[in-house]
Ligand binder design. Structure first.
Ligand SMILES: [Zn+2]
Ligand SMILES: [Zn+2]
Length: 346
């Protein structure tokens, strides 16, 4: 079967790999119907996230159950399924705390491990899913692949960023970065009743989508986001800032527009370190949360999609056959043709 593989010197290639088969309890074999390209796949390509060459990459996928081990309870062949971007065990101290993203024996598809076994990536035709009852969710009939595929990573992370920020009714919120995760955060914010939401980016097509999610948009290529937000809030700043860009400049700006005691929720992936002005920050009492998105809310999010409380149909802007994966990467990483997110179809 075909698969997208990381090669040396920051290259990807479409290669042939063996089809996996079930070899233990709790597993399902998923025939992939859609695999998305994520910003972190681009970080992997350029070595910002180090994984070994010759690894099949990709961690966002939907498909149909081709086979299920006899002990699997919630899936049977023919069921549509979305799997989390990383697998977790459910039993270790981190999982028991509910922080499944830090599972001590789990990891991400395409470079990670689950209980010592490597997890090849999902930009391919079939994926062997371990611990399926815990880490995968059925897709309701009325939820298309294009939205279901977001639940296991992009939407789960965006929603998590809002929860970690502690957003409540009447809050003023700023979201830095309107890529897929930032847009998913903007969509999720609608569930928590903020009074005002600012969205900051430099790409017009992303800002247009942010506006559709109810945000007041700020084009950071044309104006200074800090003075703009402070000006529009009578110098009060915001209650919560969400950093979904992974840029040091955005991180610093987000801290500079927080009210005293406000909170900054960071879900962007940073390629370099950032300096903190602790003499000032220590007195302002800001709270800072960061880390991987907790994907334990997948069933909740799928319910919200099923019942029309969330609509992320605008995020997947392009489809490519898996055979044209290299063209798809070129479009995605260079933001061509107003691309937000790409789905590969095996
Ligand atoms: Zn992802
Ligand atoms: Zn665990």
């Amino acid at each position: 079967m075909k698969a997208v593989m990381l090669k040396p010197e920051h290259k990807l290639a479409l290669v042939d790999v063996p089809k996996p088969s079930l070899d233990g309890p709790g597993q399902i074999l998923v025939k992939v119907t859609g695999a998305a390209i994520c910003g972190s796949d681009v970080h992997i390509k350029y070595g910002d996230i180090p994984i070994a060459p010759e690894t099949v990459i990709g961690h966002e996928f939907v498909g149909v159950v081709a086979e299920a081990a006899p002990d699997v309870q919630y899936f049977k062949p023919g069921d549509r399924v979305n799997t989390a971007a990383c697998l977790w065990c459910g039993c270790c101290p981190a999982c028991r705390r509910g922080e499944v993203q830090y599972c001590q024996v789990g990891g991400i598809w395409g470079g990670g491990f689950f209980k010592g076994r490597p997890l090849p990536g999902a930009q391919t035709e079939y994926v062997q899913v371990f611990n399926a009852d815990m880490c995968a969710v059925p897709i309701p009939d009325n939820v298309p692949d294009e939205q279901a595929i977001l639940v296991g990573d992009v939407l789960g992370t965006g929603y998590h960023s809002v929860v970690e920020g502690g957003v409540g009714p009447g809050d003023t919120v700023a979201v830095f970065g309107c890529g897929p995760v930032g847009l998913a955060a903007l969509a999720s914010l609608q569930l928590f009743g903020p009074a005002r939401v600012f969205a900051i980016d430099v790409l017009p097509n992303r800002l247009a989508l942010a506006e559709k999610f109810g945000a007041e948009i700020i084009d950071a290529s044309k104006t200074d986001a800090v003075s703009e937000i402070l000006g529009r809030t009578d110098m009060n700043g915001v209650d919560v800032a969400i950093e979904a860009a992974g840029l040091p400049v955005c991180f610093t700006q987000a801290l500079n527009i927080l009210r005293r005691g406000g909170s900054l929720s960071v879900v962007g992936l940073f390629p370099e370190s950032v300096q903190l002005n602790l003499p000032i920050l220590g007195l302002s009492g800001v709270r800072l949360s960061m880390g991987l998105g907790n994907l334990g809310s997948m069933r909740t999010l799928m319910n919200l999609l099923e019942n029309g409380r969330l609509d992320l149909s605008s995020l997947i802007t392009h489809h490519f056959p898996l055979s044209e994966a290299m063209e798809a990467y070129d479009l995605f990483e260079n933001h061509k043709n107003e691309c937000i997110k790409v789905m590969l179809r095996p």
